[in-house]
Design a protein around this ligand. Structure first.
Ligand SMILES: NC(=O)c1ccc[n+]([C@@H]2O[C@H](COP(=O)([O-])OP(=O)(O)OC[C@H]3O[C@@H](n4cnc5c(N)ncnc54)[C@H](OP(=O)(O)O)[C@@H]3O)[C@@H](O)[C@H]2O)c1
Length: 321
């Protein structure tokens, strides 16, 4: 083969590769244009969603969005007063929707979590008809951000695992039978697990980062199991980047949405055909860098960001003294 035919073959391969990558990118991006299939979990208009960690941030955003889409909502949290306050806010904004609360601290979760099924049946039973059809496993967050593993105490590690992983697995186990009730008459339930960009393995938040890896793996395993068992429950993971919330109080930008915007984006992705999906388009764009760029560059950038967060936390703590 002469040099000109080599060049022409390489050009063809290059063009074919570029076309394939372009096609893949366009296919992924088109997910953000598909209509949400959330309504299929509330055909009767009387069904309920339970949101964990619902008193603030993305959790409360989910409650607002679910109410605005016709769901009745059960708010879970650890602080009864704050839960009642948030419930009142929802009742004022969405008078047609019913609400209830479940109070349970997720740190130190024990077998009392089994009682939540009865509590949920009680709330739905006393308020009328409908069934639990959506569970949003949102509660989570780092307990002590931007510190090294060695700086953490025994209790810190356990608290982060309880908050982000252990409770999610337990509450899903407990509520799965309620979610799958009515199976056979269409799709009966949906589990949405909130994951994070940090599942890629981020320094200075090692334990939190690893729990989000657990969330993704749990999501994929449960989705396959529910589908194999035909239990009528769909399972999805929502991966998210930075969001301005009570727990992560940064300036909001295009790439850092406010909590309700993120919650809306998450619900819009329901039924998109992917088990784990970036909830928000601009986070997906950011996430592409994790697929394309060398890890050492990404970690360099991440460490800079972590140090900035650490400095901000230290300044906040100093001012609070
Ligand atoms: N914000 C981000 O940039 C970001 C990025 C990636 C992933 N995420 C994920 O998104 C989810 C929500 O994060 P967020 O930023 O919205 O959090 P947030 O603003 O800190 O709100 C957390 C919610 O969880 C509740 N909660 C905290 N500890 C609890 C406990 N021990 N028992 C029961 N409830 C408890 C809080 O209740 P109180 O009101 O009583 O504190 C609050 O309702 C988490 O899974 C987080 O990992 C967030």
């Amino acid at each position: 083969m002469d040099i000109s035919s080599w060049t022409s073959t390489l050009k063809t391969i290059g063009l074919a590769t570029l076309s394939y990558l372009g096609y893949k990118l366009i296919r992924q991006a088109s997910i953000y244009l598909l209509p949400s299939k959330l309504p299929r979990y509330n055909v009767s208009g009387k069904n309920w969603a339970l949101v964990t960690g619902a008193t603030d941030g993305i959790g409360f955003g989910f409650c607002q969005e679910l109410c605005s889409r016709g769901f009745n909502v059960i708010l879970h949290g650890r602080n009864r007063e704050k839960l009642v306050q948030r419930e009142k806010e929802l009742n004022t904004a969405f008078p047609a929707q019913k609400t209830g609360i479940v109070v349970l601290d997720v740190v130190g979760v024990h077998d009392g979590v089994d009682d939540v099924a009865q509590q949920v049946r009680g709330i739905i039973g006393t308020q009328g008809q409908g069934k639990l059809s959506v569970l949003v496993n949102n509660v989570g967050g780092e307990t002590r951000p931007s510190v090294t593993l060695g700086t953490l105490k025994y209790a810190d590690v356990n608290a982060t695992i309880d908050k982000n992983a252990r409770f999610m697995a337990q509450i899903t186990r407990v509520l799965l039978p309620l979610l799958s009730e009515g199976n056979g008459q269409g799709r009966s339930g949906l589990v949405l697990n909130v994951s994070s960009i940090s599942q890629y393995g981020m320094p200075y938040i090692c334990v939190y980062s690893a729990t989000k890896g657990f969330v993704d793996s749990f999501t994929m395993a449960l989705e396959a199991e529910c589908s194999a068992e035909g239990c009528g429950v769909d399972v999805m993971g929502l991966r998210i980047g930075e969001v301005k919330t009570a727990g992560y109080n940064v300036d909001s930008t295009l790439f850092v949405p406010v909590a309700r915007t993120l919650a809306k984006a998450g619900l819009d992705r329901v039924g998109c055909g992917k088990v784990i999906v970036w909830a928000y388009f601009w986070h997906w764009l950011q996430g592409l860098s994790f697929e394309i760029m060398p890890r050492w560059i990404l970690m360099h950038v991440t460490i800079g960001r972590m140090m900035a967060i650490k400095k901000r936390e230290e300044e906040k703590a100093f001012k609070g003294q």
